[in-house]
Design a protein around this ligand. Structure first.
Ligand code: IVH
Length: 684
């Protein structure tokens, strides 16, 4: 293809992607199925790969750019980023409103009597609980993103913010303003936060206390690839420094304008008159707080007219024209009365704190999670301690902190139990792991229950109607011991259980029957092998094609699958080697569970499997990370040092000692052109 033809197609693809991004992230109204979006995206990436000089920083492919940053640069805010004063009650807000009206005086006009006294029109917004950031656009292109910092100086986090899909890299306008600074909040949606923490806990890593900390931690990453994997969103709430266009005369219209040019704004923004409107807005948002996708800690009430805002001005660090109207706190202090241990699917012990009941965020809390024993050791929490409890929405309350000053006399550090509280088996805790586990395996009823719950869950075998309480009973009555026993259940056995009706039993039997027809990835995921989540199960299934091939695979074979590392490979190999697991898999198939094998893609897509490559020096057409990713996609391992086992060294500009190593060891060395040829020959 000719260069200018490619340039035209690239522009067209980018415009199309921007349009769909806008529909998806701002309007929440996607037109395209995801697969089609991906297709356009890949086509763009392909063309940009062929014509690297046509890549621009605002291209939708460039959200995750180059390498990690050595440190954050500081950024001075041209217009300081202020904070807001708080009110907590209607009375306090009425006071705020009265002061504002007094100051506005003549501007507001005067009514004939008390009842016709003019009211202020307010723009009412949810107060998103995340981090304030500033985005600077020059001629429509995002050039800088910064944290609030102390309000005057923040940190340059452009490389990270670019990875947030709801931040437009370019404004959606035909004639962009010379300069525009948009401010708003970066938040982590609740769903994403829970998932992130679950994954961290599964890996035995530290979890975040709340979505705001998680968002902050994600933005303060030197490596944008980490940020890119975090579920972050951006909501715009103000604009300053508008050059080259006249901003609308009110906050409400400004927000609509921002929405029009590509920014996501909250769907909860309303405009209305006086204290009663504000009070009703506050009550409505508070009532719906738990069902909002992100956490909020109150609402923000702003005088709508920009003219009036200017008249009211600022006191010290906060505007007189806006205030936060906050919800009651979500943290409370209480006393830890006991710690009990629950046993999960993989035998992991989760400590649960039993608390003196305390009201947090409107409900009474008497239990809180402590995640794992490491967490207990880290906080050195003891029975009798005063502790801080955090509860957000419908999320499980969490014990976040100990107040050491209030510790009573004679407390002792908590001990990890040596025996499983459910089955009495030994507790094991490898030195390098945060998680302690019951060694009972499926002998432990707790693990059995959890394994079955996982097996029937929606993303696994999807057996509808067989809820947790039924599984608890089935295991307790000894009706099922393994997941394979599910397929021998008879209706007569089900109806014997407490509160099980005839109809319900029929439905469950039908659902079990229906689940027999499944897919290999679902089946593999349903087995509940440690480290094998949904996407790993899919990758493994695609690679090997059949269960027999997976069972036959060695750890080395398994490690060839994308995203399977040594830990997962070991866990899978250990699982399939065990006699009782093989029995269960055999019984499941004998009892009718079946699927269509897939075409094994392994070798075909991974022509470089088993080879170790080393990159040195800098490449002209792509970054080293990009080259690494491409090689890995083809199955190669990319290592940082040269050894006798190295298959090939790619030497770019200014290659250093690794090149010398390669020559010494007689390892093949190729240059960038040859690398590109290799990649191209496999369609990359
Ligand atoms: S306006 C001068 N609007 O609250 C006015 N702030 O305590 C500046 N926040 O640092 C802020 N949602 O991080 C505004 N709709 C909203 C907001 C909001 C959350 C945060 C923001 C700010 C803090 C002020």
């Amino acid at each position: 293809m000719q260069r200018d033809e490619a340039a035209r197609e690239i522009e067209r693809l980018r415009a199309e992607l921007r349009h769909h991004n806008y529909r998806y992230y701002v309007l929440d109204d996607p037109e395209l199925p995801d697969g089609e979006y991906d297709r356009i995206f890949h086509r763009l990436r392909e063309l940009e790969g062929q014509f690297p000089d046509l890549v621009t920083p605002d291209s939708p492919t460039q959200r995750v750019g180059g390498e990690a940053m050595p440190a954050f640069a500081s950024v001075r805010h041209e217009v300081p980023m202020l904070s807001l004063d708080n009110v907590f009650t209607r009375e306090e807000f009425v006071d705020f409103d009265r002061r504002a009206r007094e100051r506005l005086g003549d501007l507001l006009g005067s009514g004939d009597d008390l009842f016709s006294a003019p009211q202020i029109i307010y723009c009412c917004e949810p107060k998103l609980d995340g981090l304030a950031i500033s985005l600077v656009y020059e001629h429509g292109v995002l050039v800088r993103a910064a944290t609030r910092g102390d309000g005057l100086t923040g940190e340059d986090i452009t490389h990270n913010v670019r990875t947030i899909k709801s931040v437009p890299l370019r404004l959606q306008v035909d004639v962009p303003p010379a300069l525009l600074e948009v401010r708003g909040e970066v938040v982590m949606p609740k769903v994403g936060f829970l998932r992130l923490n679950e994954e961290a806990a599964e890996r035995g890593e530290k979890t975040f206390a709340n979505p705001r900390n998680a968002a902050a931690g994600s933005l303060r990453q030197l490596d944008p690839r980490i940020t890119a994997r975090r579920p972050l969103d951006f909501y715009a709430y103000s604009a300053v420094r508008c050059e080259g266009f006249k901003p609308p005369p009110s906050q409400y219209e400004l927000l609509q304008h921002l929405k029009g040019i590509g920014f996501r704004i909250s769907g909860e923004i309303r405009r209305g008159e006086g204290c009663d409107f504000v009070q009703a807005f506050y009550a409505d948002i508070q009532a719906r707080r738990d069902s909002l996708p992100y956490e909020i800690d109150g609402v923000v009430i702003k005088v709508d007219s920009v003219r009036w805002q200017q008249e009211l001005g600022f006191v010290s660090r906060a505007p007189r024209w806006a205030t936060a109207f906050k919800f009651p706190a979500q943290e409370a202090v209480t006393v830890l009365q006991a710690v009990e241990f629950q046993v999960g699917r993989t035998g992991a012990l989760t400590p649960v704190a039993r608390l003196r009941p305390v009201a947090v965020g409107g409900v009474t809390v008497s239990n809180a999670t402590l995640h794992n024993f490491d967490e207990i050791e880290r906080m050195d929490v003891r029975i009798g301690d005063s502790v801080v409890i955090y509860r957000a929405g419908d999320v499980i309350p969490k014990l976040v902190r100990v107040l050491p000053d209030r510790r009573p006399e004679g407390t002792r550090p908590l001990q990890l139990p040596t025996q499983c509280p459910v089955c009495g088996s030994d507790i094991e805790r490898p030195d390098d792991e945060a998680i302690a586990r019951c060694s009972g395996g499926l002998f432990c009823p707790a693990q059995r229950k959890e394994a079955i719950k996982h097996f029937v869950s929606r993303r696994a075998m999807d057996i509808e109607g067989l809820g947790d309480k039924w599984i608890d009973q089935l295991v307790e009555h000894g009706l099922i011991k393994t997941i394979a026993d599910l397929y021998c259940l008879r209706k007569e056995e089900l109806v014997n259980m407490e509160r099980m009706g005839d109809k319900l039993a029929d439905n469950i039997i039908n659902a079990i029957e229906k689940s027999k027809s499944t897919t290999l990835p679902r089946f593999l995921f349903a087995l509940g092998i440690r480290e094998v989540g949904e996407s790993t199960a899919l990758n493994i299934s695609r690679y090997f094609g059949s269960l027999d091939a997976i069972v036959a695979a060695s750890e080395e074979d398994l490690m060839q699958v994308p995203d399977v590392g040594p830990v997962a490979a070991e866990s899978i190999a250990t699982f399939v080697r065990q006699e009782h697991n093989q029995d269960v898999m055999r019984s499941l198939r004998a009892r009718g569970v079946h699927w269509q094998d897939m075409e094994a893609q392994g070798a075909r897509e991974q022509p470089l499997a088993g080879q170790t490559w080393v990159l040195t020096g800098s490449l002209a057409s792509m970054s080293r990370d990009q080259a690494k990713e491409k090689l890995q996609k083809l199955g190669a391992k990319v290592s940082g040092s040269v050894s006798k086992k190295t298959h090939c060294v790619v030497a770019g500009e200014a290659a250093g000692s690794k090149l010398a190593d390669a020559e010494k060891l007689g390892v093949r060395v190729i240059d960038e052109t040859a690398l590109l040829q290799v990649l191209a020959s496999y369609g990359h």
